[in-house]
Design a protein around this ligand. Structure first.
Ligand code: 9Z3
Length: 325
């Protein structure tokens, strides 16, 4: 059943969530994933942070989810996201002392690789005689920095990288991560930058084999992906600080849609961004008002994620203080 604005009523939403999870192909190695996340969370929850409290943990989601059209998938629908927002933000959160669960689309930009060329293996390495390999001088500084920052993050238990491809994997993994982070209460944060499919083909109605073009035009029914933000806030991790992103290409509807998402899913913040300007500016939408955040254009290597994550960290700290009172 749909309410006036095209949204599902609470009961229908519950039903569509149950139906999504029961019909999704089971996540491979889900027990192993749960154990790894729980271990990461537990370990970090015992570590004291500089501010006198315990270490905060953020789940950063990054990259787009795919919607398979066939069970033995040859074709799929994709959602645009290079992974730049998520990877860059993850680096800043680690630098600020957060432990980061990085739930990312396989093959998209990873933390600490931004300053490397597109094909680092072939572009940064060269043969040194017949049996040795060395780093090209031109790449040397960038490679050293990437390796040492990445090593420090992983060795310090500040970065756990978990890849997904499909919408089924993404939502099942998000549920596992959120439930594992629930005991952290307000110290947990969700920074949901992944571009999540709005429509999917339910597994049981999906063709098993490659769809044949000889059968004529393709007629296929896509079902709405239930919005998991509501259940994340209500059940999976009710005390966590939750930030979702709203992407539009039409600036006229962007802020209104972000405001709707904030209220409807009870997010603490919605970050509104437009596809073309997303690297220059975003607007942080909260119940107290809208804050524009810009990249510092006077600095050639600057990015919008630096001021954005700084603002978010401050809001998160205030939230923790207010929640613990
Ligand atoms: C975003 O809006 C991200 O900022 C971008 C980042 C995907 C634009 P890049 O990875 O781009 O740096 O290339 N992510 C959320 C998009 C999304 O699917 N939001 C949903 C919606 O708009 C709400 S959960 O309905």
């Amino acid at each position: 059943m749909e309410s006036g604005d095209g949204a599902l009523s609470a009961t229908s939403l519950d039903e569509s969530i149950t139906s999504f999870f029961t019909s999704a192909p089971p996540l491979k190695e889900s027990d192993n994933l749960r154990e790894r996340v729980m271990e990461f969370v537990e370990l970090n929850s015992t570590i004291a942070a500089g501010d006198g409290g315990h270490r905060k943990v953020v789940c950063v989601t990054s990259g787009g989810t795919t919607v398979p059209l066939e069970q033995r998938c040859v074709r799929y629908i994709d959602n645009f996201s290079s992974g730049h927002r998520g990877a860059t933000s993850a680096e800043y959160f680690v630098k600020a002392g957060y432990a980061v669960v990085f739930l990312h689309r396989r093959g998209t930009i990873m933390p600490y690789t931004r300053s490397l060329p597109e094909d680092p293996l072939l572009e940064c390495l060269e043969l040194d005689g017949d049996s040795s390999i060395r780093v090209r001088q031109s790449c040397s500084d960038a490679v050293k920095k990437s390796i040492s920052d990445h090593h420090a993050a992983v060795a310090g238990n500040l970065l756990l990288k978990l890849p997904f491809t499909t919408i089924f994997e993404y939502l099942q993994m998000l549920q596992i991560i959120a439930k594992a982070m629930k005991p952290l209460g307000p110290l947990a944060m969700f920074y949901l930058a992944a571009a999540v499919s709005d429509f999917y083909v339910p597994w049981q109605t999906m063709a098993e084999h490659k769809i044949q073009s000889a059968s004529g035009p393709l007629d296929m029914r896509l079902v709405q992906v239930p919005k998991m933000l509501a259940i994340l806030r209500k059940e999976w991790a009710p005390l966590a600080f939750c930030i979702s992103f709203k992407l539009e290409t039409d600036s006229k509807i962007l802020l209104e849609k972000a405001d709707m998402a904030l209220r409807k899913y009870k997010m603490h913040m919605v970050i509104a961004n437009e596809l073309l300007t997303r690297k220059e500016e975003v607007t942080v939408v909260t119940v107290d008002g809208k804050i524009p955040v810009y990249r510092d254009k006077s600095q050639p290597d600057s990015d919008v994620e630096q001021p954005l994550t700084e603002l978010i960290r401050n809001k998160h700290s205030t939230y923790i203080k207010n929640t613990n009172r």
